[in-house]
Design a protein around this ligand. Structure first.
Ligand SMILES: Nc1ncnc2c1ncn2[C@@H]1O[C@H](COP(=O)(O)OP(=O)(O)OP(=O)(O)O)[C@@H](O)[C@H]1O
Length: 244
């Protein structure tokens, strides 16, 4: 197991959002957390990534208790969050945004260039728009830059919060394919997505969250096959077999 959250309670000040959540991600896996708006998916991911304090419980990264550690430290240990809403520096160029992704690692210039070139293999927009201000890119292009900024840190685990939110169907497909490639290349992925079908379809395992708790879990395929789960928690209609 590369990452786990164990009995995590958390929230914002007196606002309790997470009520004892446990999840785990094995090396090489893509794991999805799904559920309706406001159930605590982002809070969970941000708590794991050191951006929201834990009230109790712990986060384990490759056998080490990293609970409450700052995100810059976690990046150096191989855990990177690609946040909802991308949070690019819109006035900086694409290239400068990518350099931000390696800053916590203190790698040398040659290594930085190598990492950016490798990310551009996956996302050609990085080369094409290298000197353009990130804020002038389309939403889909910005999402690719945001994922690339996480990728250049060479994480062992990448946490992706709503990477397809607001994207066109074509851009959504591109981002989903990129996530599959990242997993195939050996980085474990923890994914929160409103696009339930697409995320469970590429996930080895999924957790359905409701009210800050895991209510159902199973393989991505099993969750999608379970009509009751699909209807009750995921807000999408079960596919009804057409009559012969
Ligand atoms: N910074 C914050 N301060 C106070 N409450 C917050 C803050 N961020 C989120 N919340 C609240 O925490 C609860 C869970 O929000 P969270 O963003 O984790 O849900 P989510 O499942 O990711 O939903 P969404 O997909 O809509 O982002 C919500 O009630 C939300 O209003």
């Amino acid at each position: 197991m590369i990452l786990s959250a164990e009995d995590v309670y958390g929230g914002y000040g007196t606002r309790r959002v997470l009520h004892g959540i446990s999840i785990q991600v094995d090396a090489g896996q893509c794991v999805a957390v799904v559920g309706a708006n406001g159930v605590g998916k982002s809070t969970l991911l941000r708590s794991i990534a050191g951006q929201v304090p834990l009230l109790s419980g712990r986060v384990m990264l490759d056998g080490e208790d990293v609970s409450g550690q700052a995100s810059s430290k976690l990046v150096r240990k191989g855990l990177v969050l690609c946040p909802e809403g991308r949070h690019l520096f819109s006035g900086l160029t694409v290239r400068e945004n990518l350099i931000m992704g390696v800053t916590p690692l203190k790698v040398n210039a040659a290594d930085t260039e190598f990492r950016i070139a490798a990310a551009a293999e996956m996302f050609p927009v990085i080369r094409e728009r290298a000197r353009q201000a990130a804020g002038t890119l389309s939403g889909g292009e910005q999402q690719m830059v945001a994922i690339a900024r996480a990728l250049v840190a060479r994480p062992r685990v990448m946490i992706l919060d709503e990477p397809t939110l607001g994207l066109s169907p074509i851009m959504t497909d591109t981002v989903i394919a990129a996530i599959q490639q990242i997993v195939a290349d050996g980085t474990a992925v923890l994914l929160a997505e409103q696009n339930v079908r697409a995320s469970l379809a590429i996930s080895d395992f999924g957790y359905v969250i409701e009210g800050g708790r895991v209510v159902v879990s199973g393989t991505g395929a099993d969750l999608l096959d379970d009509a009751a789960v699909v209807a009750a928690y995921l807000g999408i209609e079960a596919e009804i077999a057409a009559p012969e």
